[in-house]
Design a protein around this ligand. Structure first.
Ligand SMILES: [Zn+2]
Length: 347
């Protein structure tokens, strides 16, 4: 009777097994409970002792070889699987990394810092005051009488507490500084900060920044004012810029002057930006009013001073050539990033 089992083909099919499921199937077919070799071994009892010994040795030999082959193939399959997983999880170190987004200062912050830097080099120190201010510091002390338009509800933000207002300018810091100096001289301070007015259009926003400047000493004159401000503006806008002072009116300075610079758009020839004049206003200033000196605790017969106030957004508008101030506060990065690399704006 021909054997229904052939060792070579059994070993060969084990060596070709491509999965654990196939190994399991082959194990069952040859050496499992109902496997061929197992069944043959069960039948040994029916043989004579001699045949049993001979046949038993053969079956045991086959069984051992089949088990070894199954174990070897199973291990090989496991190694293949492991290698496949390692390949799939391998990191490709040649890919470029993801760069973190680098934060940048807002263009108005950089503008403010640049103004502060120029003023500090001119000998000014920085001073600060509260943004919620008393009406006395914001108006009365600065010689702004009760009939002044700035004191009307439609122009300023008053808060629910009587006597308090969101400061409409940085000028209250003039009074606070003089009080803090208690008569000492000289005073040379610059006060940057946020201010609030009920304005909202292309060239006005309800919250904006100013830089206030105050100098108080003996013998301060209009010459000190024009000299200091000319140096400051040239440092900010460019040494080649033309400047001029025009008589003006502010309640807290007498005389008062506004300072113009030559229009950056046309170079002074006249265009739409400067309304054909060739000049644009950059700040307001003047000789400190005697009443303001008194309110700060200084004697106007002994000392004098000059003050100026400059809108940071206004300077930025002129330097950047902006049409709409509101864009600076909408925090659209695509817009703000235009000002980050200098971009010819000198920042
Ligand atoms: Zn112009």
């Amino acid at each position: 009777m021909a054997e229904p089992f052939d060792l070579d083909s059994a070993l060969s099919s084990i060596q070709q097994a491509g999965s654990k499921a196939e190994i399991l199937e082959l194990r069952g077919r040859f050496v499992g409970k109902k496997g061929w070799i197992t069944q043959e071994m069960k039948g040994l009892g029916a043989l004579s002792p001699d045949d049993r010994r001979t046949r038993g040795a053969v079956l045991n030999g086959w069984r051992e070889q089949v088990l070894n082959a199954l174990a070897a193939r199973e291990q090989w399959l496991e190694e293949q699987e492991e290698a496949r997983q390692l390949r799939s999880e391998r990191m490709d170190l040649s890919l470029p990394g993801r760069l973190p987004t680098v934060g940048l200062l807002h263009p108005l912050t950089r503008m403010r810092r640049r103004i502060e830097d120029v003023l500090m080099r001119l000998g000014f120190s920085l001073a600060y005051g509260p943004q919620v201010e008393s009406e006395w510091y914001n108006f009365e002390a600065l010689n702004i009488p009760s009939g002044h338009p700035a004191r009307e509800m439609q122009d300023s933000f008053f808060v629910d507490v009587p006597g308090l207002v969101l400061r409409t300018h940085t000028s209250p810091v003039q009074i606070r500084t003089m009080q803090a100096y208690e008569g000492r001289l000289p005073i040379r301070v610059a006060a940057p900060g946020f201010t609030y007015r009920r304005d909202d259009d292309a060239t006005h926003v309800p919250m904006f920044q100013q830089v206030e400047g105050l100098v108080v000493d003996r013998g301060i004159s209009l010459a000190d004012l024009t000299g200091t401000l000319t140096v400051m503006v040239r440092e900010l806008v460019g040494q080649e810029v033309g400047t001029r002072f025009r008589p003006s009116y502010f309640p807290f300075t007498e005389p008062s002057v506004e300072m113009d610079v030559t229009c950056a758009s046309c170079g002074g020839g006249g265009c739409r930006v400067c309304k054909g004049t060739g000049w644009v206003e950059i700040l307001g200033s003047g000789i400190v009013h005697p009443t303001v000196l008194k309110n700060g605790g200084y004697d106007p017969d002994q000392v004098s001073g000059f003050a100026f106030g400059m809108g940071i957004e206004r300077v930025a508008m002129r330097l950047f050539g902006l049409d709409d101030l509101r864009l600076l506060y909408q925090n659209d990065l695509r817009y703000l990033e235009r000002f980050q690399s200098g971009g010819g704006h000198g920042l």
